[in-house]
Write a protein that binds this ligand. Structure first.
Ligand code: MN
Length: 277
């Protein structure tokens, strides 16, 4: 299996390194990732200057561009063939609800989807350089295996957005995106010359009902799996109206979630061997 690995935190990031190790048993993993952090660049493409690629070691390439540039360069030039699956992450920090529209991690996976490659974006709440990515890497490997071997097929034009809680994973949930707004979202300060400067940020206000990705990660401590569609038009052909009471469990995801729940149970319980025997 040929796997394209990318992210938006840069090729050195601990989350990407954990995925690289985690995916290795599946086949050849080729990393094409930004040379430095590019969080929050969404689906941006570099059009106004040339891109350079530095090969760090065999199958690890750093691009001085966006995550979408990385996917584009990988698929159309750097890879030896068409990848079986694209994995973007593990992002340092969750990408939940409306935040997916800002995410470079998700942007790279959207680019893969547009080229017809089964793609997943993977993030972990509150993660950083010293975080333990064992559980999320295990879930990502299982999803990559199922998609890469075509054991599970996503509907055309869709991708998976996967988010893990920071610790003690309780299970796997199929979710839909929560709603989020920021209050006090612009912070004004003054520089030493008396001129104002600004930070974008502030505190988040979540509307996170049961069945939403934010609820699954923050309240249930579960891995959230959301099916996203690249067609953003409201009432897109085939788009189903969201039924919150059903927890957004798309029929297309049902077997996948079942399989992942068993896989996660397997990875966290010693009784796994008994089930297999
Ligand atoms: Mn990031």
């Amino acid at each position: 299996m040929l796997i394209l690995l990318t992210n938006d935190d840069g090729y050195r990031a601990a989350g990407l390194q954990a995925l690289r190790r985690g995916l290795a048993p599946l086949g050849r993993v080729v990393t094409v990732a930004p040379a430095r952090e590019m969080s929050g660049v969404s689906h941006a493409l570099t059009l106004s200057r040339p891109l350079s690629v530095e090969t760090i070691e065999e199958d690890v390439h750093a691009v001085d561009g966006t995550p979408t540039d990385c996917t584009n360069l990988a698929l159309n030039h750097l890879l030896p063939g068409r990848p079986d699956v694209l994995v973007s992450g593990v992002n340092h920090g969750a990408n939940l609800g409306d935040d997916v529209t800002y995410s470079g991690t998700v942007g790279a996976a959207i680019e893969g989807t547009l080229f017809g490659v089964p793609s997943i974006a993977v993030s972990q709440e509150g993660a950083g350089e010293g975080s333990d990515f064992t559980a999320v890497a295990s879930v990502a490997r299982e999803i990559a295996r199922l998609l890469g071997t075509r054991s599970h097929r996503l509907p055309r034009g869709t991708l998976l957005n996967v988010n893990a809680p920071r610790a003690s994973v309780s299970g796997v949930r199929a979710t839909c995106l929560a709603r989020r707004t920021y209050k006090d979202s612009i912070v004004q300060r003054e520089d030493p010359r008396g001129r104002p400067y600004y930070w974008v940020g502030g505190s988040a206000i979540w509307e996170a009902w049961e069945g939403s990705d934010r609820h699954a990660v923050a309240q249930e401590r579960a891995v959230s799996v959301t099916l996203l569609a690249t067609d953003l038009s409201a009432g897109a052909p085939g788009a189903q109206p969201v039924k919150r009471e059903e927890g957004c469990l798309d029929a297309a995801l049902r077997p996948l979630i079942q399989g992942l729940s068993e896989h996660l149970g397997c990875a966290t319980r010693e009784s796994c061997g008994e089930r297999d025997s």
